[in-house]
Structure formats: C-alpha cells, structure tokens
Design a protein around this ligand. Structure first.
Ligand code: URP
Ligand code: ZN
Ligand code: ZN
Length: 459
C-alpha cells in the first residue's frame, strides 16, 4: 500500500518547505506540492510537524565484546531504541581481536545481526594489526562486502591499537582499495602510562579515568593521524571528538582543504567531567573514552558544529549496565567497561539543545544527524535525504512534543540513563523504515528482522 504524507514542513540539509511526500514499495515515489493521493493511498496529515529523513548513526557498538563483557544492546534493542528516537540506519564496528582475520570477523558480525535489526545497517571494518593477510583482505572487504570505511584505534594499547607505521600501511591499503579510515584518536602510550601510574599510586576511582586521557593527548593523536593521512593523501574521519585541541587540528586541516571530518556525540556537548566525582561509584555510569571534558570544551564543540568544523553527530552507543557490568571496575577505574547509550536520545537532545536554543538551524540538525553521515559513508542518496528513489526512511517530528528522558521508559536494555531527568522539546510521532510504520506515538510497531545489511560503493 502507498502512503501520502501531506502538509508537513519537509526539512532537508539545505531547505525547509511545506510539501507532500508519497511512498510506494519502500521508496519515496514522489515529492511536491502538487502530489496528491491515489486511490487506496493511506493519508497521513503532517500539519504542524516536520518531516525529516531518518537519522543515520555512524557510530554504535551492538553486542560488542569489550573489556571482559559484552555491551548490553544488540541489533534488536539498539535498532528499536534508535527508531524510537528517529534514527533509521546505523553503522556498527566489526572489530577483530589482534591476529584474527577481517573476513572471519565479518562472518561473526553478519551472524550476530542477522534477523535482529529493525532498521537497515552496515559495518565499519576495524583493523587492529598489520600483516600480509590483512593487506590481502582489505580489498575484499571493499569489493565483496561493500564495506568502505575502516576503523583504527590509536588508544586501547595492547588491545586494539595500531602504531604509526601500521597506520601508514592501513591508510595506503584502504586508499588503494577505494575505502577510507575513521580513527579513535587518543595517544595510547600516554593513556596507558598515566592510567597505570595513577593505579600504582592508589588512585583508582573514576576521576582518574578522565585524568589519564588529557585533552592534549587527544589533540596530539588527532593532529598526528591527520598528518599521516596528508602524507598518503588519504581521507580521515575522526570519531567522537571531545575537546578544543582536537577541534583545532581538524579545523586547521579543513581550512587547508584536506579531506578531514570530525564527529562528536551528544555526551560531549551536554555532560562534563564533574560527573566523575559523584559518590558511591555513580561516576562509573559516565565512564567512556575519550572521557567527558570541561564546559569550555562543550562551548568549542557547539561553535564547531555551527561553523562546519565538526561535520557529524554520532552517539558511540555502547551501553553497559550499572548494577553488574560497570561494577567490574568498582575497585579500579581501568576495569570499568567504557561506554554508554545515545541512540534514542541523539535527535531529541540535539533538537532541544541545538535547534530550540538557536545554536544550529533545523537544517543543520538534519545535516549533522542524517545527511552528512549518509554522504560521508556512502549511503547517500539511498539514505539521508527525502528524494524520489530514496529509501522511505522517514520521521514525522512534532516540534512541540515534550518528554523527560528516563531509564524507566527508554528502549535500551541498560538499567540507567546518563540523561535521566533531561527534558526534551521535539520528538518523533511516526517513524517509517523503508515505508513500513515502525514507531507511532511512542509505541514500537515495527518488525524485528526488517533491517537489511546495506552494501556501499567504493569511493
Ligand atoms: O568508551 C567508549 N567509547 N566505548 C566504545 C568503544 C570506543 O572507543 O568507541
Ligand atoms: Zn572510540
Ligand atoms: Zn565507539
């Protein structure tokens, strides 16, 4: 059956226009003021609402084996949470252990996502080592699997990290294969050394997690990988940017015309490092890497979002329960599983604190949360836009809706929410996933397993 959504303000990255959108067979079939219902169409009235392309979250970790446990949201609960917040595509990270094959790792990720996702998805391929087999596998990851983005970690020393020489090889190999690189940029040597030094001094509580990753250690690594990328003439995307020194490096590279992008996440705009001082181990709820920073860094990030120095809003959704998983590090911050939620909260938080407070326009909100990630990661124009032929991943957004974020009502499996009690303005009233209604008035009505793996073309 076809659907006509009429009278909504259709918000794209570049304009806002009252128009009608007709959906047929999973795709957008027509867009225009003169588009009218055909016989048998379901008509949806979008008066007083915005219609936006579904959010694309380029940075999530579903059921990630990490730090001795597995992140609590999988492709089922994570995609449902995303849909309930207006997100309809995600990019997870297939991460091997050192010494493991990339292609075998992909098989593990195909298996754990199969039949579970309620919306479409794809993977970044993490490279945590460098050897002959990896060199042979990288072109196959692109050509056979349609995975064009490769993730490297400069941090998590001894677990996921790669050194400068390995980074250089990975930049060259991914470029030759038609892919590019996204980077967790923090100086892993300094982080490990400081963390161990704090622990040896008996400083094991959560605030030392943040002190072991100073902003300059993030800025240094960001600048270093940007420079390595420039030598190889390879594109570089910096994930979860948190602080002024990193923004400065990205902004300088972009001003030089280099193909560099930065991503930040809601937590770095809205939460700060004073939370690590909470009593009773409550600070562990906020432990992630890089850590939360100072209020002054938040101001820098908001400005960088508005000025196009930072191009994408991700989440780094990687949630662990407080009652069990975070307790692993009760006596030693180095053992607290790193990460927390954001999939459901991303669009409402950025709308509330960005759009309604006048920091960014509604168009920029769409660009940051949907269009830019779709473009940068090769999902555009299938995703990230409302155009004839695009997937009908659509969100009807009520700008006047209000809500209060709570673990009592969120769709993540996590037993707490870092944004507990945060009030939001604006939220999705209806969400369609490839033309099928998936959320309506706060209820999930979609289909687990509807989500498909999306292959992406080489760059
Ligand atoms: O603390 C975080 N960010 N956990 C997830 C893994 C990563 O570094 O992105
Ligand atoms: Zn990371
Ligand atoms: Zn991450």
């Amino acid at each position: 059956m076809a659907i006509l959504i009429q009278n909504a303000e259709v918000v794209s990255a570049t304009e806002t226009k009252r128009t009608n959108v007709r959906v047929e067979h999973e795709k957008i079939a027509a867009v225009g003021e003169d588009v009218v219902a055909e016989s048998g169409d379901e008509i949806v009235d979008g008066s007083d609402q915005l219609l936006i392309p579904g959010g694309v979250d380029p940075h999530v970790h579903m059921a990630l084996p990490f730090m001795g446990t597995v992140s609590i949201d999988d492709f089922e609960s994570g995609t449902i949470a995303g849909i309930m917040g207006g997100t309809t595509s995600l990019i997870d990270f297939a991460i091997p252990a050192k010494g493991e094959s990339l292609l075998e790792t992909l098989d593990v990720w195909y298996e754990k996502s199969a039949g579970k996702a309620a919306h479409d998805y794809t993977f970044h391929m993490a490279v945590v080592d460098w050897d002959e087999r990896i060199a042979e596998e990288i072109p196959k990851v692109v050509s056979d699997h349609g995975i064009t983005s490769f993730k490297i970690f400069m941090a998590y020393k001894g677990v996921f990290d790669v050194n400068d020489e390995q980074i250089f090889h990975i930049l060259e190999a991914t470029k030759a294969a038609g892919g590019f690189v996204n980077v967790h940029a923090v100086n892993g040597d300094i982080q490990l050394m400081l963390a161990d030094r704090f622990a040896e001094q008996g400083n094991t509580d959560t605030r030392y997690h943040a002190l072991a990753q100073p902003p300059r250690a993030e800025g240094e690594a960001t600048g270093r990988v940007i420079d390595l990328g420039a030598i190889v003439e390879q594109q570089v995307y910096i994930v979860h940017v948190t602080c002024e020194p990193a923004v400065e490096r990205i902004a300088a590279a972009r001003a030089r015309g280099e193909p560099v992008w930065g991503e930040t996440c809601p937590q770095y705009l809205l939460l700060d490092d004073s939370l690590y001082d909470l009593p009773d181990f409550e600070g562990a709820k906020y432990v992630l890497s890089p850590p939360l920073r100072k209020k002054k860094d938040q101001d820098v990030l908001w400005r960088a979002l508005a000025d196009n120095e930072i191009s994408v809003m991700g989440t780094d959704h990687c949630a662990f329960t407080f009652s069990e998983q975070k307790q692993m590090g009760r006596d030693d911050f180095r053992l607290i599983p790193n990460g927390f939620m954001g999939l459901q909260e991303r669009l409402p938080l950025l709308y509330t604190h960005g759009v309604t407070k006048g920091r960014i326009s509604a168009n920029r909100w769409v660009e940051l949360c949907s269009t830019n990630p779709a473009k940068i990661f090769g999902l555009y124009p299938r995703k990230g836009t409302i155009e004839v032929g695009s997937d009908a991943d659509l969100v009807l957004w009520d700008p006047a809706a209000t809500d209060t974020i709570s673990a009592e009502t969120h769709f993540s499996r996590c037993d707490y929410n870092v944004y507990e009690g945060f009030e939001t303005m604006g939220g999705p009233t209806k969400v369609w996933v490839r033309g099928e209604l998936a959320a309506s008035e706060g209820e999930f009505v979609g289909t687990v397993g509807r989500g498909e793996f999306v292959k992406r073309p080489p760059r």
